[in-house]
Each structure stands twice: as C-alpha cells, then as structure tokens.
Design a binder for this molecule. Structure first.
Ligand SMILES: [Zn+2]
Length: 566
C-alpha cells in the first residue's frame, strides 16, 4: 500500500550524522546529564548506549527509532501508518530477511525498493538486498519491536499455504479445476499470487484487481466497495503473475487478445474459498480480476445486513407463503444477492425442496440444490429454469431475471404454486413492476404473482473507533423541525480502519408489500411515482428514509447516503 515517507536528500553513507545523545536531548526524550552518564556507562561496559537506554527504560524502542531516523535524516514509520506492499515483502525469503534484520515494505519507483530496518547503518544488509533484488535500496527506520512484527507477519504469510495433505486432497476432489494448492511449490510467483488472495480474504475484500500500469502490475483490493491499493508487481514479474492466474483457473496462457473467464478454489484454514477469474486484454497489457466468492462464514441474515424489524416482518410474511414472487432489486454491488441468500436461509427446511439457478453460485447452501449457469455449454437462466420447474421444487431461486424469457418462466412458476425468489436491476421498489412489464411480462401476471419487492443499497459502516461527533440541524437528517440540533458522526480514520474511517458495510432497504391497491395500480399501468405514493401511505420507508435513520443512529454518514442513493 502507499508508502509516504518524509522526503530526505542525504543517504546513510554520505552523512555521518550527529551524535545519538544530542538527538535524544534535542527531541526531548532524555536530559543532558542522563545522556552523559549513559555514555560513560556504555564506554565502561563496552556496549552500545542504545542498549543501556532501552534496558533502563529511559526511552522506548519507538523513541529510539525516531531518534535514529532523525540522526541520519531518514524517514521513520510505525506499524500504525505503515501498510507494507506484500509483493515487495516477498521479493526475498523470510530467513534471509531475518538474518539481515530488514523487510522490504514498498517501492519508491520502478527501480527503488523501500526497506524497513531498525539499524539503517548496517550497510552490509543494504548491499545484500541490492544484490538480491537488483533494485536500489532506500532504508526507512522502524523500531525493533515493529521490525519483529513485520518479520513474524512475513513468516506467517509464507507458511499460510502449507496445508495438510488431507485438506489438499479434499479440495482437489471437490473441484475439477486445479486448486491453488495443487501446485504449491517454491515458485515465488505462485507464492505471491496465493498470498495476495489470502491477504484480500483477511481484509474482507471482494475482488483483487491486477491492472497493467507502465509495464508493472498495479494490484488493488475492493474492500467495502471501494478500491484500495495493495501491491505493485515489478515489470519483470508482471507477465508471470498473469500466466500464473490463468493456469490456476484453467485458462489458455497463450491467448492474450481475447477476454477469458475461469474459476479456481483455495483451501484456507480448512475452508474452501471459490474464486472467479476474469482476464481482460487492455491496450497496454492484460488485466485480471479475481472475485472472491466465499469471503465469510456463509451468508448473513437480513437483520445482520441491517434490515429493520418492521421491514423484516414484511419480508417474513411474504416468505411464509407457499407461492408468489419476492424480488430484490438494486444496481450491481448493492448486496441484493446476499439478501436473496438470507431469504432462502429463512425458508429452508428439510420438508421443502429448494432449487436455484445462479451466475455465479456465491455461497453453497446446505440442503439446497444449486445450479450454476454455464453459457458455453448451453445452460442459461432460461434452460436451467425450465428444468427446475419440471423437477418439482417448492421454492425456486433465480439469481437474476436477465431477459424476457427467464422473467416470464419465473413469474409463471410463482403463479403455479412455487415460491420464487429473484433479483432485478431497478433503482427502487415501486419502479420494479414497470420494469417487468417492459421486459414483456403481462401487467396482470406481474400484479398477481409479485408479493413483496425490496430495493437495497450498501453504504459503508462508520468505524466506531475513530468516528467524530458533529452537530447538525434536524432537517439535514430528515427530521421535521430545526429547533434541536442532532448529533451525527463523520469519518476520521485510524489504523483499525486502514485510515478510511469506515469498516464493513450496512444495507439500506426499501420494502414494498404488494397490496390490493398496488396490484390495481400495476394492472392499470400506473407510473412508479404513483405506486410510491400509495406504498408510502401504507407504511413503506424509502431507501433515503432508511439511510437517514442509519445516519442518526451513528452507523453511517450523510456522504455515504448521498453516494449510494444519489
Ligand atoms: Zn477507524
């Protein structure tokens, strides 16, 4: 991730520096008499004075590091603001770095590696690193404690994928494509790709992007919907990384001019994580996107997604019926398929047969018969859905109503004794019936089949460790009067939230029950605004209402609400 070290001109070798004792006094860490007595004791004992300073508790290891940095005119960083680039970290094996007491943490530019050290005067280590990496090396100072944490982290990164044979065999048996572990060897490129995916999962990222950038590969994670830089892969390794990703997902390495889609899986902590891979040829090189399909311990419940009690009661009521359609709508990335999975979990029981057709299958649901769209082989939403209807399920989940034919079959299934759950791309709940009619489904079929429509968005959740209280007039957050100010929060940023001010996401919902009045409006082709007016009179809260309530309760911000509902 981004490394921003204070600019400096001098290098270690060119600048002998001031005496450490003087720097400690100037920085106010020690007084002059203390320094003088330590210097005397150090001489008498033939030991470095910094050891005595730490041993006697006169300064701590970060104060020492700060003083060392100051003395040599180098940058200082603590782990709180240092986000190491894991491509850089893995340029040199961990045992070597432990011996050198140095960890590469990022790149200044294509030819310069930034290396964290607690003793930047160790020119032998600097020379070794230059030889090993073929890059110029620029030291920054970290405390001994932080350096040890970096080395431990690196060791863990390298060990992470040494799985038991059992776990590997199981993963291989489950998936016909080569699992990431199947070729776990000492190949540094394979190791790098594995650790990037692993780190992405640990950070809760949904996607890993590898984009060509001036010959290098820029790696970014999508975390809570927002792209964050993760690593930079140097030019000489870039091509190998893309090839590696293709091999893992069973794609053609030689094909560099056409887009390709594939899939792979990764056994991590005994759990299997599916990854969907998309390779896109761009004018300046190939880009790869790895979508992590199983980032957590299964799908969240509607409550965990942030749906309020009243809305949940409406959805539950529709889910308890034996037939009819429940639709989740919103743009891509609004979390509607997560809501669909949460709904399936509500109705799932051993007495009921549930079948799904999805693209992709994002979670495996126990006891549910899941089918994956496979267009190349002719298995589309349409053909899959036809087969499902013949296979006599009670509940059908259709990943997405993508075209007229799949929409029509799903709606007919809802009218013939099946409970149908599906998603659609529309902006609001009241706009959804019109969209179905536009797709070619008869208005009276839409009106009689659809029972409940939920529109949703995902807003980033405020980090509770650093959010800042601010006071605003009530009208700003949707309250009717301005006589009282209301306390809400703004994002600040701390090391827990990677300085973004946000951690995780929360759903905003708009749940419309299709009542008799609304059915009549649908049959009469009434515009969405008219449906909205009646639905609000009947108790529907809009996405904006729900968002503002979540601002008032300190869960998210006005900026997020306008970003996702605007
Ligand atoms: Zn924070």
């Amino acid at each position: 991730m981004a490394i921003d070290v204070f600019a400096h001109e001098a290098t270690v070798r060119a600048r002998p520096g001031r005496l450490l004792g003087d720097v400690l006094v100037d920085l106010g860490f020690c007084d002059r008499p203390t320094v003088e007595s330590i210097v005397r004791d150090a001489r008498a004992a033939s030991r470095p004075m910094q050891h005595l300073l730490i041993e006697r508790g006169l300064i701590d290891s970060s104060q020492l590091a700060l003083a060392v940095a100051e003395r040599f005119g180098l940058g200082y960083m603590s782990l709180d603001n240092l986000h190491p680039d894991i491509a850089a970290m893995q340029l040199v094996p961990e045992p070597t770095l432990r011996r050198l007491q140095a960890v590469p943490v990022g790149f200044r530019d294509q030819a310069t590696l930034i290396v964290a050290m607690s003793n930047p005067t160790n020119v032998l280590a600097l020379d070794d690193l230059t030889m090993l990496t073929d890059l110029r090396v620029e030291p920054i100072v970290v405390s001994r404690d932080d350096l040890e944490v970096l080395l431990l982290r690196l060791g863990r990164l390298e060990r992470e994928f040494v799985q038991s044979d059992d776990a590997e065999a199981e993963a291989a048996a489950l998936e016909p494509t080569p699992a990431l572990e199947a070729s776990a060897d000492d190949d540094p490129t394979a190791k790098l790709v594995r650790s990037l995916v692993s780190q992405a999962i640990q950070l809760g990222a949904s996607d890993v992007h590898f984009d060509p950038d001036d010959g290098d590969l820029q790696v970014r994670y999508r975390i809570d919907g927002i792209m964050a830089p993760a690593a930079r892969i140097p030019r000489r390794q870039a091509g190998r990384v893309i090839s590696r990703i293709k091999i893992l997902s069973d794609l053609d390495i030689a094909e560099r001019r056409l887009p390709q889609d594939g899939r792979t899986s990764l056994a991590l902590d005994g759990r299997r994580v599916d990854v969907r891979v998309t390779i896109v040829p761009l004018v300046d090189g190939e880009s790869a996107v790895m979508r992590i399909l199983d980032p957590g311990d299964g799908p969240l419940s509607l409550g965990e997604l942030g749906m309020g009690d009243a809305d949940r009661a409406r959805v539950d009521k529709a889910l308890r019926r034996s037939h009819g359609a429940i639709l989740a709508t919103g743009p891509t990335g609004s979390g509607k398929s997560t809501s669909l999975y949460a709904s399936v979990a509500v109705v799932s029981s051993p007495e009921k047969t549930i079948m799904t057709i999805e693209d992709p299958v994002e979670y495996r649901l126990p006891g549910v018969k899941q089918m994956q769209v496979f267009e190349r082989a002719g298995l589309t939403f349409q053909t899959g859905l036809r087969a499902i209807v013949r296979a006599d399920p009670d509940i059908i989940m259709v990943g997405e109503m993508r075209d007229r034919e799949s929409a029509r079959i799903a709606i007919e299934a809802a009218l013939t004794g099946h409970l149908v759950l599906s998603t659609l791309h529309t902006n609001s709940a009241p706009a959804t019936p019109a969209r179905l009619i536009e797709m070619g489904v008869e208005p009276y079929l839409v009106a009689s089949a659809v029972d409940c429509i939920l529109a949703q968005r995902l807003a980033r959740r405020l980090c509770t460790h650093c959010r800042l209280p601010v006071r605003v007039p009530g009208s700003v957050v949707g309250l009717p009067d301005d006589r009282h100010e209301v306390q809400i929060y703004e994002p600040e940023g701390c090391h827990r939230c990677r300085e973004t001010g946000y951690r995780g996401r929360i759903g905003l919902f708009e749940v419309m029950t299709v009542t008799d009045e609304i059915r009549a409006l649908i049959v009469a082709h009434a515009p969405a605004v008219k449906l909205a007016k009646v639905a609000i009179e009947q108790g529907m809260r809009t996405l904006l209402d729900d968002g503002l309530e979540k601002v008032r309760s300190g869960q998210t911000t006005l900026a997020e609400i306008s970003r996702v509902t605007g």
